[in-house]
Design a protein around this ligand. Sequence first.
Ligand code: AMP
Length: 114
Amino acid sequence: MAEKTIFKRIIDGEIPATVVYQDDHCLAFRDVAPQAPTHVLIIPKREIAALADLTDDDEVLAGHMLLVACKLAQDLGLSGGYRVVVNCGPDAGQSVDHLHFHLLGGRPMKWPPG
Ligand code: AMP
């Protein structure tokens, strides 16, 4: 059996995380190595390896995760703006094979990203 990802272990309560939101479908917690004053990861509770693995059946879930990001940005006081990032695959630097949306804010950001 494939080894659990670190995010699956957080979902299963095997390792701690600073959870800021959860519902039946997704979990949001603070990134352990924040790249901005606010850096939260939003993940589906169901195991989906990457953005590229979403199917038509996941349309509602994907929309829900984006709406959770928007609501969290509001709740966390990111009134000056924020960025939602999904790294998909090795070229994008995805390091955990469980889909996650990064919600980053609390400082001005540059474009293009590195
Ligand atoms: P990515 O590089 O897009 O795959 O993002 C993975 C993110 O997971 C990185 O920003 C890491 O800092 C973060 N991360 C890894 N392990 C943990 C953990 N145990 N708790 C919270 N965030 C983590």
